[in-house]
Design a protein around this ligand. Structure first.
Ligand code: APR
Length: 320
């Protein structure tokens, strides 16, 4: 059986880390694409030289030519600019929208059968625009946000309850911005809901509220520390989990920015919801009952995403 092919559009911090992880996990051969000449080639050579030590056979190449992504099974998009201190994800909109147009066309013309995972921010608007520009089916274009936001939430909760991260299960819905919705009601430690753990006196509502807030601004906390860019290790790990779910038909239920039309009272936009990812891409959107607080917060988040979509339509006529 031929090896799978993974194309990474954007060979920056996340792109390089994605390539490293994909090679170590032997997900397939890897093409790193970037507009900057030399960077994808240099990173590909450096990463290839990990092979003899790690023992992977993945072929890693760098390219500035979209023709080289032809036949890709999975494409992960991180092309664009990342946040600097003081910038919100939304500040990136105008610049990254133009990048999505070029990337969408590159995908449409060279790898229209791929499963595409978008990581570029502002995520919910960029994944929507990328789908529009590429013309791929909605179930084959998805955004990475919820896996990362949930990992941040889980990490903070594991710290709070002094338990292994392996026993913490959380998810975060809504847009990938300050209005995201970490859902406390469905967050558990070994199946025990967080509200029950509060009742047992293992934490307090105030402390959990503070963790929810820290999760919401989790990306900004890292930007403020790094000063020259944004998070990349955990975003890359999250993207790889989604790629692996597709390539290995794992049917994982993950929070992702998916196209929702009908469920959750939404009519055709990308936002973070629980989805099942398998060989057909987004195979199902899972609708869960939310308490009043979570439902209200989700609405606020959806409204924020809609504003971004309107801004995109204002910038690029073809999106109307
Ligand atoms: N086509 C391909 N690559 C591009 C294009 C383009 N039109 N425009 C920019 N790039 C490349 C840059 O040359 C750079 O190598 O995208 C890469 C981005 O890398 P970084 O600046 O290191 O950013 P990174 O940390 O990887 O984040 C990428 O993901 O999480 C989001 O907010 C983040 O939008 C940002 C994206």
């Amino acid at each position: 059986m031929a090896r799978k092919k993974i194309a990474l559009i954007g060979a920056g911090n996340i792109g390089g880390t994605l390539a490293h992880l994909a090679a170590i996990k032997e997900l397939g051969d890897i093409v790193l694409f970037d507009v900057v000449e030399g960077v994808p080639q240099g990173k590909a050579l450096d990463l290839s030289q990990c092979g003899p030590i790690e023992g992977f056979d993945a072929k890693i190449t760098g390219s500035n030519d979209y023709a080289d992504i032809a036949g890709a099974d999975v494409i992960i998009v991180t092309a664009g600019v990342a946040r600097k201190p003081g910038m919100s994800r939304d500040d990136l909109l105008g610049i990254n929208l133009k990048v999505m147009k070029a990337v969408g066309e590159g995908i449409r013309n060279n790898a229209p059968d791929a499963f595409v995972i978008c990581i570029t921010n502002p995520l919910d608007a960029m994944v929507w625009a990328l789908r529009e520009f590429s013309g791929l089916p909605h179930n084959k274009v998805v955004g990475m946000a919820g896996v990362l936001d949930s990992a941040r939430f889980s990490h903070f909760l594991a710290d709070e309850f002094q338990v292994s991260v392996r026993d913490v299960n959380t998810f975060v819905l809504g847009g990938h911005g300050d209005t995201m919705v970490p859902v406390v009601q469905y967050s558990t430690v070994a199946g025990i809901p967080v509200p029950d753990l509060i009742k047992q006196g293992r934490s307090t509502k105030e402390r959990i509220d503070a963790i929810v807030q820290r999760t919401r601004s989790g990306g900004g906390e890292i930007v403020a520390l790094l000063k020259t860019g944004s998070a990349y290790y955990a975003p890359a790990t999250s993207g790889i989990a989604m790629a692996e779910a597709y390539l290995r038909d794992q049917k994982r239920l993950l929070p992702c920015a998916a196209y929702v039309d009908g469920k959750y009272g939404l009519d055709g936009l990308y936002v973070g919801v629980p989805v099942i990812i398998g060989k057909d891409g987004v195979e199902q959107i899972v609708e869960i009952e939310l308490d009043d607080e979570a439902r209200g917060n989700l609405q606020v988040s959806v409204d924020a995403v809609k504003e971004l979509l309107d801004a995109c339509k204002g910038i690029d006529e073809s999106l109307k």
